[in-house]
Write a protein that binds this ligand. Structure first.
Ligand code: PLP
Length: 460
């Protein structure tokens, strides 16, 4: 397999306790590091950068050709059918909102309470059949079957969409997508997969699974250049009003009428994020190969090791929906009795240079179901792995966590909501260009003035 190498991997970061350490990123589920191959591909094409579908210059011709070729890389990565449309978006949230916008007026939506907010909230304007957290994959199939059966007595007339995550961003558990698609088909329903968490860890197979739509984000696929994709059946998308109205989405305009183009252009008005789309397609090609030549097995081994080592920490509980034998991607959420999740996460970063995540991971209903409201204020710690992580990294993380659990942090922290921040924080900002340093200092001043932590938003 072509090894995915990562930009900024093992970079030195300062510690509050003094000195520096090589950073360890265990927060791939929020955003993965950039692959060096993706960066290099973008750098290579940058001198040829020009407008897409909008210019007669030679760079425009190059970029227009490439952008259309990128759709084919994304299509192959998704395992899509030849007639599926590939629409470039900003990210998974954007893709799912686009699909929600394009649903036929009579469409009813079916989904579980386990979803990320990006796959809970866009459907709100529809009739939504929200199914409870299933206690196993077989229960999930039974719940969906029953919901579709009771919502469509006698076969029903309107359209239906089942929408679910391919893998949970909280527990990493992989959903039985193909089996759920079979249930959906029995009732003439379509199925959309939020592959934000699955796509970097398992090959996608839309046609094999008989899935109608998938959505994913480049930044979770080692391509953080601001692009994502919605791939799927074009008919609903071609019948819907354009997601955005504007240039590039039309065939002809006069002051009385507009002749809108079919998808993908119909929903891509405005100048495209060509470099983002190019980065996404490059990552898709890279991952298409890596996931079929060892990356999946390597991540499975490391996830099993992580779970075994975490089991040795007193009071630590891993949260999952289903039986521990159920397959999962390398995402593990846990709490430790008597320890604030936010404090553990802050101290891991400030004292050990290890990045994990704390909170409810934009999946509040599922986290509440798993944790209740009690300990940790309903928050947890999430650790997530991907390409480039080694056994040594897992051991280093567990060693640092075990030390914090046993002895507590070595520094003082103040609470800001569910988060904790070092107080004081003596870490110098990195040696960046003059402009970047000025911007960082300005952000720090603003933060102190309003006491709003930069980046305190939900994040996946
Ligand atoms: C399962 C799932 N769906 C959707 C999203 C939203 O992705 P994005 O923020 O890239 O739109 C996330 C983000 O973490 C996620 O984990």
């Amino acid at each position: 397999m072509e090894k995915l190498t990562l930009v900024g991997d093992r970079q030195w970061v300062p510690l509050v306790t003094g000195g520096e350490v090589r950073r360890l990123d265990l927060d791939y589920a929020a955003t993965a590091p950039c692959a060096a191959q993706v960066r290099d591909a973008v750098d290579e094409i940058l001198p040829w950068y020009g407008s897409v579908h909008r210019g007669d210059g030679f760079p425009s011709a190059v970029c227009t050709e490439l952008q259309e070729a990128c759709r084919e890389s994304v299509r192959a990565f998704a395992g899509a059918r030849a007639d599926d449309t590939v629409i470039f978006t900003r990210n998974t949230t954007d893709s799912l909102n686009l699909l929600a916008h394009a649903l036929p007026a009579d469409c009813e939506v079916f989904g579980f309470a386990t979803e990320h907010h990006a796959n809970l909230l866009p459907w709100e304007r529809r009739t939504v059949h929200r199914l409870p957290v299933p206690d196993g994959p077989a229960h999930a199939l039974a719940l969906l079957d029953a919901a579709l059966a009771s919502a469509a007595p006698g076969g029903g007339g309107g359209s239906r969409l089942v929408t679910l995550a391919g893998a949970s961003n909280v527990t990493g558990e992989v959903w039985p997508v193909a089996e759920l698609a079979r249930v959906a088909r029995r009732y003439g329903a379509r199925i959309a997969v939020d592959a934000a968490q699955l796509a970097a860890h398992r090959p996608l197979d839309m046609s094999g699974w008989d899935v109608d739509y998938v959505a994913f984000s480049g930044h979770k696929l080692y391509a953080p250049y601001g692009a994502g994709a919605l791939v799927g059946r074009p008919d609903w998308l071609d019948a819907a009003a354009p997601y955005l109205a504007g240039g590039g989405a039309t065939r002809h305009v006069d002051l009385q009428t507009v002749d809108w183009a079919p998808s993908p252009q119909r929903h891509e008005a405005g100048s495209p994020n060509f470099l983002g789309n190019y980065a996404l397609a490059t990552a898709c090609e890279l991952l298409h190969a890596s996931l079929r030549s060892g990356l999946v097995e390597q991540e499975e081994r490391l996830t099993a090791l992580l779970e075994r080592e975490l089991a040795g920490i007193p009071g630590l509980r891993v949260h999952r929906m289903w039986d521990e034998r159920h397959p999962r991607v390398g995402t593990v959420t846990f709490t430790v009795r008597g320890h604030e999740p936010g404090l553990l996460s802050a101290a891991l970063s400030a004292e050990h240079g290890i990045a994990v995540r704390t909170g409810r991971f934009c999946a509040h209903p599922l986290v509440k179901h798993l944790l209740g409201d009690g300990h940790g204020g309903g928050n947890a710690v999430r650790v997530s792995i991907g390409a480039g992580i080694t056994e040594q990294d897992i051991s280093d993380f567990v060693w640092a966590l075990a030390g914090l659990v046993e002895r507590g942090p070595a520094w003082s922290y103040r609470a800001e909501g569910a988060r904790f921040v070092p107080d004081p924080d003596p870490r110098p900002m990195p040696e960046l260009s003059h402009g970047a340093r000025v911007r960082l200092r300005a952000a720090e001043r603003r933060e102190r003035a309003v006491r709003t932590p930069v980046g305190a938003a939900c994040g996946g």
